[in-house]
Design a protein around this ligand. Structure first.
Ligand code: PLP
Length: 225
C-alpha cells in the first residue's frame, strides 16, 4: 500500500512538471508521450504503476523485457512497450513480437532485420531512428550528417514507418543544444516526432519539441543495479 501511494504520488508530480513545461511553450499535453523506463526496476514498483493505471513503458534490453513483460501482456492487453536500447539483428524477431515501437534503428542491417520480421509476423511497428548527436564512439546511433538520408531509405527501401528521430546526449554535456539540433534534423527530414529527454532534462526536451520523453529513475526511483 505504501509503495503504491508513493509511486502514485511520483506519477502525479511528474505529470505536473510535464504539464507546466507544456504550458510554458504553449504545447498541448497530448502532444507529449510519457514513457516510463522500467529497465532494472524492482517488479513491485512496476506492479504499483500498473495498478495506478500506467500502461506505457520503455526497456533497453530485449531479453530483460521479454522476461518481465511477456507474462503481463495477457493481463494488461493495453500495454504499450517501447524498445529504447540498442538492438542486435539476432534479437529482431523477439523485439518485433514484444514491442510496439522501436526507438533505436541506426543502421541498414537493423532496418532490414526489423523489416523482414515485421513482414513475417504481419505486424507493423512504429520506428525512430537513433542519431548520435554527440558523435560518441561508444554510443549507438547514426551520424547526424547521414540521418536524413537514412530516414528516407528506411521508409522507401525497407517500408518502415519512421515516426521521427531519437537521441541520448552525452552525459557530461548540456543536453539542450542536442535537443535543438535533433529538432532541426527532424524538420529537414519532414519527420513529426522527437524521442528525447530523460529524468534530468525532460523539461528542456519538451521546451525544444520532444514528443516522446523517456523517464526512468524520476518515475520509479533509483534502479536496482
Ligand atoms: C535508462 C534510459 C532512460 C531513462 O533514464 P533516467 O535517467 O533514469 O530517466 C532513457 N532513455 C534511455 C535510452 C535509457 O537507456
Amino acid at each position: 500500500m505504501q509503495l503504491n501511494t508513493q509511486i502514485y504520488q511520483t506519477q502525479i508530480d511528474i505529470e505536473n512538471r510535464i504539464l507546466r513545461a507544456c504550458k510554458h511553450t504553449s504545447r498541448k499535453r497530448s502532444d507529449v508521450k510519457l514513457i516510463a523506463v522500467s529497465k532494472r526496476q524492482e517488479a513491485d514498483r512496476i506492479q504499483a504503476s500498473l495498478e495506478a493505471g500506467f500502461r506505457c513503458f520503455g526497456e533497453n534490453q530485449v531479453q530483460e523485457a521479454l522476461t518481465r513483460w511477456l507474462p503481463l501482456t495477457s493481463i494488461y492487453p493495453d500495454l504499450e512497450l517501447h524498445l529504447i536500447g540498442a538492438l542486435q539483428s539476432n534479437k529482431a524477431a523477439d523485439a518485433v513480437r514484444l514491442f510496439d515501437v522501436i526507438h533505436t534503428i541506426d543502421r541498414d542491417k537493423i532496418a532490414k532485420a526489423v523489416s523482414v520480421e515485421m513482414k513475417k509476423q504481419n505486424k507493423q511497428l512504429s520506428c525512430f531512428i537513433q542519431v548520435n548527436t554527440g558523435l560518441e564512439s561508444q554510443k549507438s546511433g547514426i551520424v547526424p550528417e547521414k540521418a536524413v538520408e537514412f530516414a528516407k531509405i528506411c521508409a522507401h527501401d525497407y517500408g518502415l514507418i519512421v515516426e521521427g528521430f531519437m537521441c541520448i546526449p552525452p552525459i557530461e554535456e548540456d543536453a539542450s543544444p542536442h535537443f535543438a539540433f535533433l529538432n532541426k534534423l527532424a524538420s529537414q527530414a519532414g519527420l513529426a516526432s522527437l524521442s528525447m529527454g530523460m529524468s534530468a532534462d525532460f523539461e528542456d526536451a519538451i521546451r525544444l519539441g520532444a514528443t516522446h520523453i523517456r523517464i526512468g529513475s524520476a518515475f520509479f526511483g533509483k534502479r536496482a543495479y
